[in-house]
Write a protein that binds this ligand. Sequence first.
Ligand SMILES: [Zn+2]
Ligand SMILES: [Zn+2]
Length: 170
Amino acid sequence: MASARADAKGRAARAPLTTRNSVSPPDSSNDRVTPQELRHALEAGGHRFTTQRAAVYDVLAASSAHPTADDVFTSVREQVPDISLATVYKALEAFVSCGVARKLSLGSGPARYDGRTDEHEHIRCLACGRVQDIEGLRPDDWMGGLADMTPFHVVGYRLELEGYCPDCVH
Ligand SMILES: [Zn+2]
Ligand SMILES: [Zn+2]
């Protein structure tokens, strides 16, 4: 229904809109769900709850680094040595599809995953690639004026701030 290219800048986007910020108020989800809530969310979305998926979720929810699937795989393998990258990847995608995680497509690198599902924006270091949350930035505040700028029915936006982190700035 909604075109994946309907973001405010008109740029082509690879990720479906559901992985992005929504203009309409999102569920005010807590950062982290309990194992029971994870099971319910997965099963409600037609996904299986497994102990391996619970372990993947624990790693993601404990990280504020916005890890890639590879990063999560490296960490979760310390607790679950026989887990495969494919299992980790499918688990992450299942979390995104049932709303307990977000998928971020920032820059040109691989997708990153975020255990935080509440509304927040990101800044990426152009030197080392680090991604951090930005608190308190509320683009929704000015989204209301969009009707005067475009005839499109806007359903989402992408915002990616770039700069140099304290370790990389000269
Ligand atoms: Zn940096
Ligand atoms: Zn984040």
